[in-house]
Design a protein around this ligand. Structure first.
Ligand code: HEC
Length: 111
């Protein structure tokens, strides 16, 4: 039993070490959004890099992103065109207002 716990801890450590090379998703994002989002690839929802591209140069981009995380978003034509269909639940998987503010800032700051 103890050895199982140790090998899980080692595996988790390796995963963290591996992903630390690229820009890493904040812990709250992994916990509350990571089931559907990654930074650099499409999962259920769009890659956050692509969200940053969508709002690049839009001075209200960060506020719009925060709004869409808060209310959820569904069948948006911009994403439908990129082959993403579906619905994001309001506040992801239980993000607080403070989490949403942090995540919107993080996403808007990606390149
Ligand atoms: C159950 C899956 C799921 C979860 C959990 C989820 N999302 Fe999404 N997300 C989606 C889908 C699907 C879309 C595309 C919706 C559409 O096409 O209208 C999306 C779209 C988005 C967008 C693009 C909004 C825009 O204006 O274009 C952002 C930003 C985003 N999600 C952030 C988050 C954050 C932050 C969290 C965690 C707090 C989260 N998502 C949790 C599925 C999810």
């Amino acid at each position: 039993m103890k050895s199982i716990v140790v090998s899980i801890a080692v595996a988790a450590g390796l995963m963290i070490a591996g992903s630390a090379m690229a820009v890493d998703m904040p812990a709250v994002g992994k916990a509350k959004c990571g089931a559907c989002h990654a930074i650099d690839k499409k999962l259920v929802g769009p890659a956050w890099n692509d969200v940053a591209k969508r709002y690049a140069g839009d001075k209200d981009g960060e506020a719009t992103i925060a709004k869409h995380i808060t209310t959820g978003i569904k069948d948006d034509p911009y994403w439908a065109e990129k082959g993403i269909k579906g619905q994001m639940p309001a506040k992801g998987m239980g993000a607080s207002d403070a989490d949403i503010k942090e995540l919107a800032h993080f996403i808007a700051g990606l390149k």
